[in-house]
Design a binder for this molecule. Structure first.
Ligand code: HEC
Ligand code: HEC
Length: 404
């Protein structure tokens, strides 16, 4: 009997030695009102509405002798997907031999915290980050239930979009509240670019935007512009991943159906020599200039009327359904390189330069088909091969549509 008591005493003395590496020097003595049945936080049995906060008592003290005070923290060990410190970070406390100060703490139920009774585990943390044993407390949440369900999609640019040299990107995001519950104002959306080298470093695009309240079923658009193009500096193109981040994180933690959008974008390196010179030969070729001089000088094709082209140049005869002559202002003959380059950069309304140069039926006809109504096939315009033409157009556009 005596021996057992002596052993227990020795163990107690060891545990109480200040600085003993594996023992926390502080402990939590009370979480909430500590009902005998186990840890109701609120003495009055009040419930906490989702997205609101209230003060609860959490009291600690120094565990052992030898210190007059220890600076530490109170930590929430569980349920951090539903609750957070209203102050935003773990509260700093001073532990003394008798109590800690402060000992009441404002705890917030997150907007998405589901209704019901939740048991939170707390610990006291000493200056060396040593954690005491857990004390639990129960909090009953009301009103939570269905959290707002925020869905975010990129509407621009398209995924894996190529960004030509010397251009930067504006990202447009559509925010939709696809849930029933209104999303309160104050939710912040940030867009970050993740380093392709995989170091995990990311760069903020513009500044995070605080969005206004969004009723269930409502939607909203926001955009972020990349002020400085991230690269590449060398000759190899580079792809970056852009990721949307939502604050508070409860939108991602609590609600698994949230849709955090990502988008990858390829920054195309400027290619040496990808100037208009690679396209010039085509623009000056008879396959293009005959049509592109037709209205300016109808004598080019004696016997041709200036209307009703498709009667003879039918799609069956020439493989193009919309044969017609461009206006005199589109005369490609006798133009300087700079003028031709400027004309190449303009596209018909509603089309991009790439769409026009690569998909236009008449241009494709001139480069690869060349059939005319009398059954003959004319010489094709250089590079006389659509694959090569498309590559040249892509390289020219990617290089910033340089004229020389
Ligand atoms: C009466 C039938 C007929 C009509 C109408 C007609 N064409 Fe033609 N076109 C031809 C024939 C046949 C050829 C091939 C012989 C030639 O080149 O003269 C041809 C050739 C052409 C060529 C090829 C010349 C080259 O060297 O690239 C162009 C361009 C052309 N036509 C444009 C037009 C346009 C534009 C119209 C309408 C404003 C039109 N044609 C109306 C019969 C016609
Ligand atoms: C059958 C006649 C025809 C041929 C052949 C043709 N084009 Fe055109 N092109 C047009 C017409 C017509 C327009 C005016 C826009 C329209 O109505 O589609 C046009 C417009 C253009 C434009 C200006 C676009 C704008 O709206 O500013 C460019 C550049 C152009 N063509 C380049 C070419 C090149 C390069 C070739 C040869 C590879 C070529 N075209 C062959 C008929 C032709």
């Amino acid at each position: 009997m005596k021996k057992i008591q002596a052993l227990a005493l020795a163990a107690f003395v060891l545990a109480a030695i200040p600085g003993a590496a594996d023992a926390a020097l502080v402990r939590l003595v009370q979480a909430g009102n500590q009902m005998p049945s186990g840890g109701w936080c609120d003495a009055n049995g009040q419930s906490l509405a989702a997205n609101s906060s209230r003060s609860y008592q959490l009291q600690g003290r120094i565990d052992g002798a030898g210190y007059s005070s220890i600076n530490g923290k109170i930590r929430m060990k569980t349920q951090t997907d539903k609750f957070e410190w209203a102050a935003g970070s773990e509260p700093a406390v001073t532990f003394t031999e008798y109590a800690s100060s402060p000992n009441t703490f404002s705890i917030k139920a997150k907007a998405g915290a589901p209704a019901g009774t939740h048991t939170i585990d707390f610990v006291a943390v000493d200056a060396n980050n040593g954690e005491s044993e857990v004390k639990s407390c129960k909090i009953t949440v009301t009103g939570g239930g269905t959290p707002p369900d925020l869905k975010i999609t990129f509407t621009a640019p398209v995924t894996n979009a190529d960004v030509p040299a010397s251009q930067s990107v504006t990202f447009t995001l559509k925010l939709e509240n696809i849930g029933q519950t209104a999303m309160p104002s104050g939710v912040t959306i940030a867009l970050r670019r993740f380093d392709h080298t995989g170091t995990g470093m990311s760069t903020e695009i513009g500044s995070p935007q605080t969005v206004s309240a969004l009723a269930g079923g409502g939607s909203n658009n926001i955009s972020f512009t990349e002020a400085t193009r991230p690269g590449p500096t060398g000759t190899a193109s580079v792809t970056y991943l852009y990721k949307v981040l939502i604050t508070p994180s409860s939108y991602t933690d609590v609600n698994p159906s949230n849709h955090l959008a990502t988008r990858s974008v390829r920054y195309v390196a400027a290619q040496a020599g990808a100037t208009f010179a690679t396209l010039k030969e085509t623009f000056q070729h008879a396959r293009c200039t005959t049509c592109h001089g037709f209205s300016a000088a109808s004598s080019t094709k004696p016997g041709h009327s200036t209307s009703g082209c498709t009667g003879c140049h039918s799609s069956a005869a020439v493989g193009v359904s919309n044969w017609h002559a461009p206006a005199a202002s589109f005369d490609l003959r006798g133009k300087t390189d700079a003028q031709l380059c400027a004309m190449a950069k303009t596209a018909p309304a509603g089309k991009t330069v790439a769409q026009h140069l690569k998909n236009d039926e008449l241009i494709k006809w001139a480069i690869s088909d060349g059939r005319v109504p009398n059954g003959t096939t004319l010489q094709k315009a250089p590079p006389a091969n659509l694959t090569t033409w498309n590559q040249r157009v892509d390289a020219w556009i990617a290089g910033g549509m340089l004229c020389q």
